[in-house]
Write a protein that binds this ligand. Structure first.
Ligand code: DAK
Length: 255
């Protein structure tokens, strides 16, 4: 039995890492296992939102003990980015529900999610420079895009572990909630998302992500317009609009 757990309930999946003795530090094997579980989950068309949540600590980073004596080739083999890139591009919305430490490779995992919710006593940051390395699993790329280069550099250069309140000020997390309601709040938001038109939600995530990577706003709005029009070939668009006109709740079929 590995370290990754997946629970499904009411159109939501919750993925957790179960390695409390190392504060859920992530080895290459754990990240690979995560990738396999998520590839399998993609085949389940009844799941509309995915939450990353681990008990007590989100993840205290990549496994330093496994990384310490790597040479250059070994360090390359430690690579998390193919799995993390896959999570960032995951077809359904993702929420990181952060309790305790989210550091280094753990913070980078949280950054691959679409939305982050943190508990009041969560501690986040990039301590890599305190170890003589720098973030190498997407942190240098995703953090500046999310919170701007200035805050990202402050975090990455200082290696400081910041509080949830400070993370909220920086825009690193969407909201801060009491520690004991982190998962509950994430589930509430996930259920809300899961009640929306699933085809539209899936498509708009892709449009937003691609738009962010496009060089010009014009390219982005052109892609937005073409994808938007495609929704009018779906059952869910007809259902959503007819339900409005008939003053009833829509019943989406994900098609
Ligand atoms: N790796 C391995 N073990 C860890 C760990 C980690 N990141 N974090 C904690 N642990 C282990 C501790 O060693 C300890 O184990 P034992 O000594 O009991 O066997 C156990 O978890 C409990 O930790 P502590 O005793 O230290 O607990 P405290 O409450 O006192 O302190 C702490 C909590 C989070 C402040 C402290 O554990 C800590 O500073 N942890 C390290 C945090 C850190 O530096 N994280 C960043 C790691 S570097 C890349 C791929 C990935 C990455 C980069 C590049 N490419 C391939 C390019 C990512 C790099 C990183 O994430």
């Amino acid at each position: 039995m590995g370290f990754v757990r997946l629970v499904k309930e009411d159109h939501i999946a919750i993925l957790s890492v179960d390695r409390p003795e190392a504060l859920n530090a992530l080895s290459r094997e754990i990240v690979d296992e995560m990738g396999e579980v998520l590839d399998e989950l993609k085949k389940d068309s009844s799941i509309y939102c995915l939450i990353f949540h681990s008990e007590k600590n989100f993840a205290a980073g990549a496994d330093i003990k496994r990384m310490a004596d790597c040479d250059e080739e070994g360090a390359k083999a430690f690579c998390f980015s193919p799995v993390y890139d896959g999570i960032a591009e995951y077809p359904i919305p993702t929420i990181a529900a952060i309790e305790g430490y989210a550091l280094g490779g753990g913070m980078e995992l949280a950054l691959t999610a679409d939305i982050r919710i943190a508990g009041e006593s969560a501690r986040m940051g990039f301590p890599e420079v305190t170890l003589g390395i720098f973030p190498g699993a997407g942190g240098t790329i995703r953090a500046p895009r999310l919170i701007g280069p200035s805050f990202a550099k402050e975090l990455i250069f200082s290696g400081e572990k910041i509080s949830a309140a400070r993370a909220l000020e920086m825009g690193l997390v969407n909201r801060v909630v009491p520690d004991d309601s982190v998962l509950e709040e994430a589930k509430k938001l996930a259920s809300k998302i899961a009640r929306r038109g699933p085809v539209a939600v899936r498509m708009v995530k892709d449009v937003i992500n691609r738009g962010l990577e496009m060089a010009t706003v014009r390219e982005g709005t052109a892609y937005e317009a073409s994808q938007w029009a495609k929704l009018f070939n779906t059952y869910d668009q007809k259902e959503g609009m007819h339900a409005f006109m008939e003053k009833r709740k829509p019943v989406y079929e994900n098609r």
